[in-house]
Design a protein around this ligand. Structure first.
Ligand code: SF4
Length: 638
């Protein structure tokens, strides 16, 4: 066991001239040396990088050179908040995880909600930066200035919920007083799409950040709600802006269903436009024996006995735990799936019983894998089994569409890397390529080795383009909230390649800005004006919409430059054959993205200000984003 008191000397120094909303310190932990210390960061750095994704992009660029791959001890794992964390703005308890991820071996920026971020800020830190590899399994306990690297041998093999239960008992705190983010067996065994899960149901899931944590032999980070005060430059201004945001989320049609039901309406809505992924893209139409009325949001919610499960200081009453009402597991408490769960643990694998999906979704969270990556992999294996590309003898058991118990067996197999599970733990692209032949042709992935979120992107070309060109292993623009704020059309033809590419490039930057604030993307579905007003009141800066857009695009350019330095360039910006295929039925039937792909890339590159042949942000783009200092590194010039 190693222990370090990080002290408060630097805190006092850092707080001189500190903008409101910041603790002013980063907690640095070298797991190899068992040492922790605090490091101040400057108000200028806060202004330029905010926190979350911005801070993480800076740290990756400065501290992770190309030879430090995702599994190298010197890779950094950053758990970051932003200036909103801990303030009374809805959805500001979560965290952003930034690292060089195991799926793409490039940048990762992925978010989770809950209590961790607020607890961290109240402990006096804006972020934790982890480096090194522990000589044996450990967990990190943070309690204000006391930071301990503790032995975790007794936690090995436990899933994420069991880990939280065990640490809660050990530390003697629970609920809002102790937030635990951990990895389950999949993270311990370096499954490439392992996630980091916390607060019973919140997951930082993208690009294998859980595998990075596993490689560091870090089983969990437990953080006690701290006692440090947090200052805002204009407290009344923060409250007024927060009230405005809350009012907007409750009344604006673009956000109100989210307020009522979270992402539950996604299933039926997406089915209506052909964007619900069904049975590994073999169809876009629900089976005739499935009544889609049972999949409408009120029915999904009323079908279970519920417990509210809100995140820190958030009034979006959409997160719930639920009790399974029937079947073999009746009475079990699970977390209500987000849309991604209904998709990845359900429709993608042909499972259309909500109770079974809900159960499987929590199994996936507890094992700690990304639910979408698992869904694409499991759906692909099911199709391969149906077509005889993978045999029962190879897998060790039968697996057919919609088989929840079989899917759970597959989850267990790959989480422990047993038998064929060892190959499947590498993710869909690597597994499909190693298997080769016709099996490879029906797998869904990008050229960068990640798989998409839980949509049929053949009916959402904007997300297809964003997923393939993005640098973080996931979506970077998100669904448009108010595109007109950015001078973009409110609506476009979703199958017009020119319009889609312009819109996708035009929206770029907003998500990186949101992910740097320390706020949940469900509570940032408001106007730029509201977000900038809250940020200005929190920090004391005068932040305009143009500042926010420029900030977000700066972070995107940094992630891109990082990936290019790692050898991840435009040659990897394509969908796999099945991912870019033509839907055979449903509302998007016959729409062919493939023939428009190169043109869409041309238009997107132009809109981003990136060089099409090399993928690099152009010098004038870097200058306009305040990144002129990167020009020599990106362009090899002085
Ligand atoms: S909107 Fe939902 S997920 Fe986001 S912070 Fe609030 S309760 Fe949590």
């Amino acid at each position: 066991m190693a222990q370090a008191a990080t002290g408060s000397k630097e805190t006092t120094a850092a707080k001189a001239g500190l903008p409101g909303g910041y603790a002013g310190r980063l907690l640095r932990v070298d797991l190899g040396a068992g040492r922790a210390w605090s490091q101040p960061w400057t108000p200028q750095e806060m202004h330029d990088y905010l926190g979350g994704a911005g801070l993480g992009a800076k740290i990756l660029w400065e501290e992770v050179p190309p030879e430090v791959g995702w599994d190298h001890p010197e890779n950094r794992l950053v758990l970051a908040t932003g200036p909103f964390a801990g303030l009374p703005v809805w959805g500001t308890g979560g965290l952003t995880v930034i690292t060089r991820g195991a799926m793409t071996n490039g940048a990762t920026s992925t978010q989770a909600n809950g209590f961790f971020g607020a607890n961290l800020k109240f402990s006096g830190y804006d972020a934790i930066v982890l480096q090194g590899q522990a000589p044996r399994w450990v967990y990190l306990l943070i309690h204000d200035d006391q930071v301990e690297v503790r032995d975790a041998a007794h936690l090995l093999g436990k899933d994420t919920w069991e880990t939280q239960d065990a640490l809660s008992a050990e530390i003697g705190l629970a609920g809002h007083m102790l937030s635990v983010y951990s990895i389950g067996p999949a993270g311990e065994n370096l499954v490439r799409f392992a996630a980091i899960q916390g607060d019973y149901g919140h997951v930082a899931s993208k690009n294998g950040c859980g595998a990075v944590m596993g490689q560091k032999r870090l089983k969990a980070v437990a953080i006690v709600r701290g006692t440090h005060a947090l200052r805002a430059a204009d407290p009344r201004g923060v409250i007024a802006a927060a009230d405005e945001i809350a009012h907007d989320l409750k009344t604006n049609p673009a956000a109100r269903t989210l307020y009522e039901y979270g992402t539950l309406p996604g299933v039926v809505n997406l089915h209506g436009i052909g964007a619900l992924p069904i049975k590994n893209y073999t169809t876009s139409v629900a089976p005739s024996d499935v009544d889609m009325k049972t999949w409408e949001a009120p029915a999904l919610r009323q079908g279970f006995d519920h417990r509210g499960h809100q995140c820190s200081a958030c009034g979006m009453h959409h997160c719930h735990m639920q009790v399974l009402p029937r079947g073999k597991y009746a009475g079990q408490i699970v977390d209500e799936p987000e849309y991604e769960g209904w998709s990845g643990a359900g429709w993608t694998i042909g499972l259309t019983d909500p109770v079974a999906v809900s159960w499987l979704n929590t199994r996936i969270d507890r094992a700690c894998v990304d639910v979408n990556e698992f869904g694409w992999l499991c759906g692909w294996v099911m199709e391969c089994m149906e077509k005889g590309y993978i045999t029962e003898a190879q897998l060790g058991f039968p697996l057919t569409w919609g088989d929840a118990e079989g899917a759970n067996r597959l989850l267990d197999l790959l989480s422990r890397r047993q038998g064929l599970g060892d190959l499947l733990a590498e993710g869909t692209k690597i597994a499909a390529e190693r298997l080769g032949g016709p099996a490879a042709e029906c797998a869904i992935y990008t050229g960068k080795n990640a798989s998409p979120r839980g949509h049929d992107h053949r009916a959402r070309w904007d997300e297809l383009l964003d997923t393939c060109t993005g640098s973080t292993g996931t979506l970077e623009t998100g669904p448009p909230v108010f595109p007109t704020e950015l001078g973009l059309p409110a609506r476009i033809n979703p199958f017009d390649p020119e319009q889609v590419a312009r819109q996708t490039a035009g929206l770029n930057g907003r998500r990186h800005f949101e992910d740097s604030l320390g706020a949940c993307i469900f509570t940032t579905r408001t106007t730029f004006e509201n977000l900038c007003r809250a940020l200005s009141a929190a920090t004391g800066w005068e932040v305009t919409r143009d500042d926010a857009v420029r900030f977000g695009r700066r972070i995107g350019a940094m992630f891109r430059a990082f990936n290019l330095r790692c050898g991840i360039g435009p040659d990897k910006e394509f969908p796999s054959k099945r991912y870019g295929s033509v839907p055979v039925d449903g509302p998007a039937k016959g729409q062919t993205v493939e023939k428009h792909w190169e043109h869409m890339l041309d238009v997107w590159y132009e809109g981003m200000g990136y060089d099409r042949p090399t993928g690099r942000p152009k010098p004038e783009t870097l200058r306009a984003l305040g990144l002129e200092w990167m020009i020599p590194a990106v362009w090899g010039t002085k």
